[in-house]
Design a binder for this molecule. Structure first.
Ligand code: ADP
Ligand code: MG
Length: 317
């Protein structure tokens, strides 16, 4: 099968909202009047972002999910995406599974694939997502203010737990591993929460490289610091069997969580919980923004813990 047959067979579906979808030199899109575009790209490289044994269907899901997570963090509504793919060979089983997982998530959020590029090469997946947000209402990293409460959605650490089991560093009973692996391979982008937090949250970021590091982006861009209740970080029951130090580490800097970390004024506490309820996701307050730069980590007794927790950096680790 050649390049163009491959694109036609696996990645071409009738255009819906698009004026023109896959098949010409450009896609055409008529923007909704009065909305701004929110645009983001994420690339997944085999061996770096996923293991070669992952089910193709889950890989298709995750490639789109990590991109949608960025739109969620901005409070945007996703509309369309492009897909640039490098494939070592034409493997029908892989492509069918990949396309199924990709389009299942796309359909769940009513977004369409409008174009891309396909080439031979080491397996590499780059998606660009296009979303819309009312002007001035996007959630940014720069809006946190001293006194704001810090929240995180869902729970943290499961994806890292699965990774360590895959690496052979930890072991889990089979059912626990399946659940942790699901968290790692099928993250659910918090789009409904991000949109519900427009006008309520003062800042937001999605947790991809580890909570502490990603919160650090908010602190840096907002010119503030934070105090965190480390043992109050939401963690799933899967982590319960781990040593307390490891539970803290996976919560603070596990990575691949794709939850939202955000801040809101103390007066918005009820509005935050109403937004979470509307979105069907739990949110937990885990700390407070302070004017003093840096992060103070506190244990359950209020004692300050040494901050030995790194975040993921492709060029440092
Ligand atoms: P060009 O040569 O102009 O770059 P291509 O021949 O690479 O265009 O692609 C042909 C059409 O198929 C274009 O509309 C392009 O957007 C689309 N396309 C290519 N690869 C993909 C893909 N993986 N998924 C969706 N659309 C794709
Ligand atoms: Mg091309």
């Amino acid at each position: 099968m050649g390049e163009f047959d491959l694109i036609k067979r696996y990645f071409t579906r009738p255009a819906r909202r698009a004026v023109l979808g896959v098949g010409d030199d450009c896609a055409l899109w008529a923007p909704t009047a009065g909305q701004q575009w929110a645009i983001s790209s994420d690339m997944l490289v085999e061996g770096r972002h996923f293991v070669s044994t992952v089910a193709p269907e889950r890989l298709g899901h995750k490639a789109l999910a990590v991109n949608l997570s960025d739109l969620a963090a901005c409070g945007a509504t996703p509309r369309a995406f492009t897909l640039a793919l490098a494939l070592p060979r034409v493997d029908a089983g892989f492509l069918e599974g990949f396309a199924r997982g990709l389009f299942a998530l796309a359909d769940a959020h009513d977004i369409e694939l409008i174009g891309g590029d396909t080439t031979a090469g080491p397996l590499n997946i780059c998606i660009t997502v296009f979303g819309e947000v009312p002007p001035g209402q996007a959630l940014l990293r720069s809006g946190a203010r001293a006194g704001d409460a810090i929240y995180v959605s869902g729970s943290l650490g499961d994806a890292r737990l699965a990774l360590e089991v895959l690496r052979g560093a930890l072991s889990l009973p089979g059912s626990g591993f399946d659940a942790a692996r699901l968290a790692m391979e099928m993250p659910q982008p918090r789009l409904a929460l991000g949109q519900a937090l427009r006008g309520i949250a003062s800042s937001a970021v999605d947790v991809s490289d580890g909570f502490l590091g990603d919160l650090g982006h908010i602190l840096h861009r907002s010119g503030v610091g934070a105090r965190l209740q480390v043992d109050g970080l939401p963690r799933s029951a899967l982590l319960a069997g781990l040593a307390p130090a490891l539970q803290r580490q996976f919560g603070l800097s596990g990575g691949d969580d794709y939850e939202l970390a955000f801040t809101a004024p103390a007066s918005a506490r009820d509005a935050v919980q109403a937004a979470a309820a509307q979105a069907g996701v739990a949110v937990t307050q885990v700390g407070t923004i302070e004017a003093d730069p840096g992060v103070r980590l506190l244990d359950a007794r209020g004692q300050v813990l040494p901050n030995v927790y790194g975040s993921f950096d492709h060029f440092k680790s």
